[in-house]
Ligand binder design. Structure first.
Ligand code: DGP
Length: 117
């Protein structure tokens, strides 16, 4: 599984730097965002390094589906499923992506604004 030496999220995957990990399986891990924007703010990431959503091809569409499934289960586990939540993938500079390792934000636990940009 490809990892990148200078990638902070690859280091969380390998255990080299600590993360508050709430879920892991063979394909993905999920951990609490270091700078939470809502009472529940988790990041779901693939173990394999993909720089962004733009790197995803037909080969990996199952991976994205799996990330959504994990996020939905974590929303149940974190008791935010009933009131609602948001899944976000920022892609590239103008998409607001700061960490260049594909990740999905799961946010909830407060009323989120209807604005996306
Ligand atoms: P984005 O803008 O979509 O690339 O969001 C990156 C998120 O990653 C941001 O909400 C803060 C979070 N983050 C950055 N570095 C770390 C870290 O070392 N640990 C954890 N847990 N989260 C991090």
């Amino acid at each position: 599984m490809e990892q990148k030496m200078d990638c902070i999220f690859c280091h969380i995957v390998s255990g080299k730097i600590p993360g508050d990990i709430v879920y892991q399986d063979e394909e993905v891990i999920a951990f609490r965002d270091i700078n939470p924007q809502s009472p529940v703010h988790l990041l779901i990431i693939p173990r394999e390094h993909f720089t962004s959503l733009a790197d995803i091809t037909d080969k990996e569409t199952c991976l994205i589906g799996h990330m959504v499934g994990v996020a939905n289960q974590l929303a149940i586990d974190e008791s935010i499923s009933g009131d609602g939540y948001r899944l976000v993938i920022n892609c590239g500079k103008q998409g607001g992506q700061l960490v260049p390792h594909l990740h999905m934000h799961l946010m909830g636990g407060r009323q989120l604004s209807g604005q996306l940009g």
